[in-house]
Design a protein around this ligand. Sequence first.
Ligand SMILES: Cc1cc2nc3c(=O)[nH]c(=O)nc-3n(C[C@H](O)[C@H](O)[C@H](O)COP(=O)(O)OP(=O)(O)OC[C@H]3O[C@@H](n4cnc5c(N)ncnc54)[C@H](O)[C@@H]3O)c2cc1C
Length: 351
Amino acid sequence: MGREIVIVGAGVIGLDTALLLAERGHGSHITVVAEHLPGDTSINYTSPWAGANFSAISGGDTNALRWDKLGYESMMKLAEERGVEACIAKTQSLEYWDKMPPRTKIDSMAGYLRDFKILPPSEIPAGCQFGISFTTITVNAPRYIQYLHNLLKDKYGVTFIRQKLSKISAAFSSPSTRIVFNCTGNGARVLEGVQDAKSYPTRGQILLTKAPQISKNVMRHGEDYETYIIPRPQSNGNVILGGFMQKGVSTGDTFSSESESILQRTTALLPELVEGGMEVLAAFSGLRPSREGGARVERTDIQLDGTKSRTLVHNYGAGGTGFQAGLGMAQDAIRTVENELSKLSLKGSRL
Ligand SMILES: Cc1cc2nc3c(=O)[nH]c(=O)nc-3n(C[C@H](O)[C@H](O)[C@H](O)COP(=O)(O)OP(=O)(O)OC[C@H]3O[C@@H](n4cnc5c(N)ncnc54)[C@H](O)[C@@H]3O)c2cc1C
């Protein structure tokens, strides 16, 4: 028991996938295998470095729009039912664009975001062409993944194993394993049996600050930059300032010139940051697991040493949206194996 479902990866994508499976009664069938677990920090583990919020930073293709909508609805429910324990909060958000965003993107968001409003020109900063206001979700990223880790272990009986796999087929090492979910983020570029050449990192540097007077989320989308201010829930007044979207850059170093750029842009966007007093606590950098064409949420069959084929579901490449879209991506990933899951449930109920 316990290895019928193996999830490779304990970032937000693996944990969100485990959560939805566990809520359907599969907790005791699941083992999560990962090189890094919540509580760890590494440049090869993106989730602890995220802002994090729900925003319009995501792509405009059909999949991205659907995952955002599903993710927003699920995260909103989580915020309302378990916001304090999960370290997620409903927060007012203002987003501005230097150039008009695509109409399809705005129409999609207008259809489900709570309190959605297009701002009049008088309420938009100089140099911006468009702005919206809505209720967003803000997430304390390191604490949210820690919350999921504890919940999955303690309430649902999910097993966690720290292990680095050299090839994806190693996830099927137990004869009882029926389904493997590949949630390896940037690891998908190098993991034997996956080696996805479309995967690439998008580096971001952020500042962790203390500015308890800030309670709203503000973002400005430029052609070649993103500026954002995200109050961090359950953190005693911490605020994340960003940022950068550096395609193909993979250093985990931080740079003082980038910190200065972040401070200059965020204080210009939201002067209350300095007016109310702000302390810079630390600079971090992280690598968003991006992918040409968008995230890969796809079922494939894998042939192992001449035996019959097994089921492998890929769920990686969330880029800058793993927290906002993760529960949506997990729903799609799980939908591809409904048939196999129903057999597991029957087997489990007879034991
Ligand atoms: C600066 C910054 C700001 C961000 N802000 C936001 C935001 O505001 N909102 C938002 O939604 N998203 C945001 N993101 C993006 C978000 O952090 C990512 O989309 C998300 O963390 C990706 O999660 P993941 O589970 O795919 O990858 P990861 O968190 O990297 O997890 C991958 C897991 O796979 C494991 N793994 C990999 N290879 C192997 C192997 N061979 N064997 C065993 N285990 C393996 C790792 O150890 C790890 O457990 C931000 C990211 C950055 C860097």
